[in-house]
Design a protein around this ligand. Structure first.
Ligand SMILES: [Zn+2]
Length: 497
């Protein structure tokens, strides 16, 4: 395929994609709005805020509901559906009442949260690593709806995986109009025996995307016709392939199939990879459309001039700042550790955990690239499928070129031997308790990066206890008893200045 053909295809794909519905559901709309860089745009979206808990050091009351009522008296919105149940029978009655009301509520819910009302009991129960022990969610049965399957379209994912999508007669499901639903993969359609023209049952599960769960066979008629799953990629035209052991068809034209190329950049900048959060999907598509990038390494060769004159950028729209922010975070990403960079490369079957294992074993990209299939099998938990994929990836000249450019750009391709950022916390030891604005792991790293020492339990040798939200009571008592100063997260950051 020539460059011109590729550019034409690129423009066609982006134009088609822009026609798609902008907001598929309320949750994405709200979280997407909050990520907008322009606060005046956020203001236009009429979002509302409803408090579900009141947190603080000196709360007005020792129970959840009274605190929320207090917040209401200060002018905040709180839910009108909160009730206190003194026994399990009352609790189930309240749950069932809300289940009946859920369709008439002015917002979507998929269940209720049951909480211990008394704050002192909440403190005694404490938290697990992930969630509080004093609150649990109760999920309602998924709401279903019946509608007509009009057609099937296809999406190409980052790995070339083809996902069939059900195009439906619009139907109301839990307050939103559904026109499309997931059909997972080829095998799913085959197993269900689905035909175009079938009446299907769709439901919203825990996911935000609705899915087709079954067929109402009583409504099948002679207008229904078999589904001929596509043989060629609808985007690039390549012949699709399917492994016997897999449920999906794949487009193997990974370097010239545009949705795959865009997907690979989106994966590369995602939170768990290079974490370039200032770069949104829209900007990535724009950069592709303007031929400013064609792969992940091109990101590192962008400059302010690249953005001037692009829609939404440039001096006129007053958003030079936006381009500067993007370039700043692209530059920052050069500090991201090797295992995340490796994950960001998007090697098939190399997820976050596998990346860590490979990086810990081989320690540098040159050693990993030199590793044979047999060498890779030596690594704990690395099987044949992963080993094959890794060897395949590094034997491809396109990938080698890409890595070469990323290395030139200054990304980290080996494990860094620990270098301290400062020695401001030298000879100081810390115990942390509760939850913080950063993860506990990150906080521990900050302590060590600045010469401090982490301790798991408080002793008379502890220099400081850093208290987070919902700090353990026992730790607090022990710190007071041993005269260990208790500081907040904020006070801790002040020490680093
Ligand atoms: Zn393709």
């Amino acid at each position: 395929m020539s460059i011109e053909d590729l550019n034409k295809l690129q423009k066609k794909y982006i134009a088609e994609n822009n026609k798609l519905e902008k907001y598929s559901n309320a949750r994405n709309f709200a979280s997407g709005s909050l990520k907008l860089l322009d606060s005046s745009k956020v203001a236009k979206r009429n979002l509302d805020c409803v408090l579900y808990a009141l947190y603080g050091e000196n709360l007005p009351h020792d129970n959840h509901l009274d605190n929320l009522e207090k917040a209401k008296s200060w002018g905040f919105n709180i839910s009108n559906s909160i009730t206190v149940s003194n026994n399990i029978t009352r609790l189930m009655e309240n749950i069932n009442r809300i289940d009946i009301q859920r369709n008439t509520l002015p917002f979507e819910i998929d269940g209720v949260v049951i909480k211990v009302n008394k704050i002192s009991y909440q403190n005694i129960l404490g938290n697990t690593a992930k969630s509080p022990r004093w609150a649990i969610s109760y999920k309602f049965k998924s709401i279903q709806a019946e509608t007509l399957l009009k057609n099937i379209t296809y999406q190409v994912g980052r790995t070339g995986c083809i996902t069939p999508v059900a195009e439906l007669s619009p139907v109301n499901l839990a307050g939103s109009v559904i026109k499309r639903a997931s059909l997972h993969n080829y095998e799913y359609i085959k197993k269900m025996g689905l035909q175009i023209g079938d009446t299907v049952i769709i439901e919203k599960g825990g996911d935000v995307i609705p899915k087709v769960v079954s067929i109402n066979l009583l409504k099948r008629n002679n207008l229904c016709r078999n589904i001929n799953f596509i043989i060629n990629c609808h985007s690039c035209g390549s012949r699709l392939e399917k492994n016997q052991t897999e449920a999906n068809f794949y487009c193997l034209n990974i370097y010239n199939c545009l949705p795959q190329r865009i997907g690979s950049v989106e994966h590369f900048i995602s939170r768990d990879a290079l974490n370039i959060q200032t770069l949104g999907s829209k900007t990535i598509e724009l950069l592709f459309k303007e031929l400013l990038i064609s792969n992940i390494s091109d990101l590192y060769f962008l400059n302010l001039d690249s953005f001037i004159g692009l829609p939404g950028f440039g001096e006129k729209s007053g958003s030079v700042k936006k381009a500067e922010n993007i370039l700043f975070s692209i530059n920052e990403s050069k500090m991201i550790p090797f295992d995340k960079v490796l994950y960001g490369l998007g090697i098939r079957y190399v997820g976050k955990t596998v990346s860590k294992k490979l990086v810990n074993y081989f320690r540098s990209i040159s050693k990993l690239m030199a590793a044979s299939y047999e060498d890779l099998l030596e690594v704990d938990e690395i099987g044949e499928k992963i080993a094959q994929s890794v060897v395949g990836f590094f034997s491809n000249s396109y990938n080698l070129n890409l890595i070469n450019r990323l290395q030139k750009a200054g990304l980290l391709f080996e494990i860094q031997t620990h270098k301290n950022k400062s020695y401001k916390l030298l000879k100081l030891s810390f115990v942390i308790s509760g939850s913080f604005t950063v993860s506990r792991e990150d906080l521990r790293n900050i302590i060590e990066d600045n010469g401090g020492k982490n301790m798991t339990s408080i002793s008379s040798k502890t220099s400081f206890l850093i208290s987070g939200e919902k700090m353990g009571l026992k730790k607090k008592e022990k710190a007071i008893r041993l005269n260990v100063p208790i500081i907040s997260e904020f006070e801790f950051y002040e020490m680093l200045k």
